[in-house]
Write a protein that binds this ligand. Structure first.
Ligand code: ATP
Ligand code: NAG
Ligand code: NAG
Ligand code: MG
Length: 729
């Protein structure tokens, strides 16, 4: 998460004059923040700061007269490297980055607390800090007594679950490649280790075995992460009365279906396809007529079939072993691989132009033949419905040829659809395999959600992911500030409400009436609607009235959203198609005639799923729209609702565990100093009307003494005393 640090920052900037020697952070294009030191006293009203960089260069730093914002101050050196960021005198972006950097570079420490949050840096190398003896060291300990660690967070959750009988959740968030999935797995491994189950053999092992399967089917190489999760996962680990693991249940969200048929340069499709191709020489796979990943359209577009250091054939063995461990037998596994192979061949089916509005597939198209053989359906019928569609009006039904481009889209939609059905069938199977046998007493949930994402080209997928993150961030803000406020009230510390960054306007932009999603749904229902006409409607409706929405100067087919984390430009092309997510119903009907058991199961379940989806969709049933029109949107909404539900539900306890460090405050600042400051402030407040406690106003406080520069270095005022606004400048 992005802790709303800037806002602490506004509330810290209450004071004052800047003295000679004051140390600050200057924004820098290359290094982000550069340390600098004042070489001349500064008093309010002046327009520049005279500074010296560490290499001796002099810099005149201009102050924006509209905001009068001074550069953020550096923390005293003795504080840098603290294991809890809230112990810092100044908590702003450069302070956070610098502290994390010092801990990581100097001491290889990747974990740091920030109050209730554990911040982890991805070391990109295996560190010897996850062995069984480390787990044992953390087991039973208090969070504050040990170095920050994912095991400490896991232990805290476990303890609260066991001792306080409260269900727990751990949310792991961060941008792609930050290490979320790895962290979630360490947390799960911790639970599996400390909760030695008495009766049922290897249930922990089976819970852990779900990871390699989910990663094979839901992870792929992207330009940011060789093992990027392309779905969200919430896993609930169930415990019995004695706090032993007795099962698990997971829910997945928003699988990136488009990847099945398209990968950007340098990226890959889901790992499982390469594992399968890498194992095509095995006798049991001969019938699938596979070859190299290079041979198939849906695995060769990124032109990077090999990940350095990964042996796909070997990974296939782990996938198969994990399946077996979960009790998913060889027969079922082979059926899964058969469907995957069918998808590979389907993507290679060649659609030929016949005329402007007509296309065909050769009757002897080799890939079509293998596809149909693998899924057990007649070739001619399949070829026909790949190139034609059925149109229904109120009075009659007729069959219409489709142009090549539509047929290709239809073929790809079918491939995506089959894969998505397979994916959710596998999730269901894993859930049945991990179902608790005994009575579940409590649970610990782990949410591994894809982080905020921006690429060179961002599309519908990034939009959904970033929207979800925007919602999560909102929950996080509310939660953190609510907790903090409660803490203050408990300690009877007077405090003013911190005016934190509220991302509601950005969320409104996306989900409110006449917001981006609303306009998108509307456009999908228009007979002539296109990505371009939608873009125009976005500009017309949103450009003037929403500060979070922008149009790129050089494009009429893109829009910009100012998210909490970053500005992101989305390309409109493909949004309508992806939002509609339509599959030719007749193609599905052909598949349903198959004799192939697993395939039938996939679409059988779909009928049930769709029945309930259209009932719950209030958009369905409006005149004249295709039946499946709103499916994707319904999926997105229900995903977010579940998420919000479980974040705000009282039963599901704390998102992350609270840890407040005890600071030896007296060692650093004498009590008389605090009393003096407090009374000084009180006097000032009473005597002057110009002084307000409004967090955004800066007012000056003159120190009752002139501290020596050494004393200044060591002065530290903990936030908990509510003197945090007294920034030493
Ligand atoms: N604690 C760690 N120790 C060592 N290596 C790590 C650690 N955390 C992450 N890594 C490395 O970083 C890579 C990416 O991590 P991970 O797959 O967990 O990212 P992610 O946050 O889940 O990304 P995405 O959102 O793309 O799924 C891992 O494959 C691993 O090589
Ligand atoms: C990705 O995850 C799989 C499954 O856990 C693992 O075996 C593999 O080594 C990982 N790949 C990389 C590149 O980290
Ligand atoms: C925790 O979850 C279980 C279901 O797993 C439920 O039966 C129990 O009531 C919950 N406990 C609390 C304290 O909410
Ligand atoms: Mg991941």
């Amino acid at each position: 998460f992005h802790p709303p640090l800037h806002n602490y920052c506004t509330c810290l900037f209450y004071s004052l004059c800047l003295f000679y020697n004051a140390r600050v952070w200057l924004p820098d294009a290359a290094e982000v923040w550069k340390p600098a030191e004042l070489v001349r006293d500064f008093s309010p009203g002046e327009l520049t700061l005279s500074l010296q960089l560490e290499d001796g260069t002099r810099v005149e730093h201009k102050i924006d007269p509209r905001t009068n914002n001074l550069p953020p101050l550096r923390n005293p050196d003795i504080l840098v490297g603290e294991n809890d960021l809230t112990a810092l005198s100044y908590l702003h972006e450069p302070a956070v980055l610098h502290n994390l950097k010092v801990r990581f570079i100097d001491s290889r420490l990747i974990y740091t607390y920030c109050g209730i949050v554990l911040v982890a840096i991805n070391p990109y190398e295996s560190l010897p800090i996850y062995e069984a003896d480390i787990i044992n060291a953390y087991s039973g300990q208090n969070m504050g007594d040990m170095d920050p660690h994912i095991f400490a967070v896991a232990e805290e959750a476990y303890k609260q679950m066991a001792r306080d009988e409260k269900n727990q959740s751990i949310i792991v968030s961060g941008e792609s490649g930050a290490g979320k999935t790895v962290s979630a797995k360490f947390a799960m491994r911790y639970f599996a280790t400390v909760s030695s189950s008495s009766n049922e053999a290897n249930v922990e092992e089976r819970v852990l075995a779900s990871s390699p399967i989910m990663e094979a089917f839901g992870n792929a190489r992207t330009t940011r992460n060789d093992n990027s999760s392309r779905f969200g996962k919430y896993i609930e680990i169930g415990f019995d009365k004695k706090h032993s693991i007795i099962g698990a249940n997971m829910r997945t969200y928003l699988l990136e279906k488009s990847r099945v048929v398209f990968q950007a340069h340098g990226e890959r499709n889901y790992h499982i396809f390469y594992q399968l191709c890498g194992s095509s020489h095995l006798p049991e796979f001969k019938a699938f007529k596979l070859g190299w990943a290079d041979d198939f359209c849906c695995t060769n577009q990124g032109q990077s079939p090999v990940i350095e250091g990964v042996d796909d054939a070997k990974e296939m063995c782990s996938t198969r072993r994990a399946f077996s461990l979960l009790g998913i037998g060889d027969g079922e596994q082979m059926a899964i691989y058969q469907i995957l192979s069918a998808i590979l061949h389907l993507s290679n089916v060649e659609v030929k132009d016949q005329s402007a509005d007509r296309c065909s597939i050769l009757p002897d198209d080799a890939h079509l033949m293998v596809f149909c053989e693998l899924v057990g359906v007649p070739c001619e019928e399949m070829a026909h419905w790949l190139c034609h569609r059925k149109l229904k009006t109120t009075t009659e039904t007729f069959v219409k040829p489709v142009p090549r481009i539509n047929a290709v889209h239809g073929r790809d939609a079918l491939a995506k659809h089959i894969y998505a059905r397979l994916f959710s069938w596998i999730v269901d199977s894993i859930n049945s395999a991990l179902k608790s046998t005994g009575k579940q007493h409590s649970f610990i949930g782990v949410l591994d959600i894809y982080g905020f994402e921006t690429f060179d080209i961002n599309s519908f997928e990034q939009f959904c992911i970033n929207y979800a993150n925007e919602k999560l961030q909102q929950q996080f803000n509310l939660h953190v500030f609510k907790l903090e406020q409660e803490e203050y009230m408990k300690e009877e510390i007077p405090w003013t409400l911190i005016d934190f960054y509220d991302n509601q306007p950005c969320i409104n932009l996306i989900e409110a009436r006449l917001g981006i999603l609303d306009l998108l749904d509307e456009e999908c229902k228009m007979p002539k609607g296109s990505d371009d006409t939608w873009a125009q409607k976005l500009y017309n409706t949103l450009l003037k009235q929403n500060a979070h929405f922008d149009k790129p100067r050089l494009s009429n087919r893109a829009f910009i959203i100012h998210h909490f984390a970053d500005k992101v430009e989305y390309q409109c092309v493909g949004f309508l198609e992806k939002n509609k997510d339509t599959v030719n119903e007749e193609q599905i009907n052909v598949l349903k005639k198959s004799k192939f058991d697993l395939l039938l199961k996939l679409f059988e379940d779909e009928d049930k799923a769709r029945g309930s989806a259209s009932r719950s969709s209030n958009l369905a049933g409006r005149g004249g729209q295709p039946q499946r029109d709103t499916k994707k949107t319904v999926g997105l909404y229900s995903f977010l609702c579940t998420l919000i539900f479980f974040c705000s539900s009282k039963q599901i306890v704390k998102i992350l565990t609270l840890y407040t460090p005890v600071i030896e405050f007296e060692e650093r600042v004498s009590t008389s100093f605090i009393t003096m400051i407090k009374s000084l402030l009180k006097d000032r407040e009473e005597s002057s009307s110009t002084l307000t406690m409004d967090a955004k106003k800066i007012f000056s406080v003159t120190f009752p003494f002139t501290p020596s520069s050494v004393a200044l270095e060591t002065v530290q005022i903990p936030m908990s005393l509510n003197l945090g606004f007294l920034t030493r400048i």
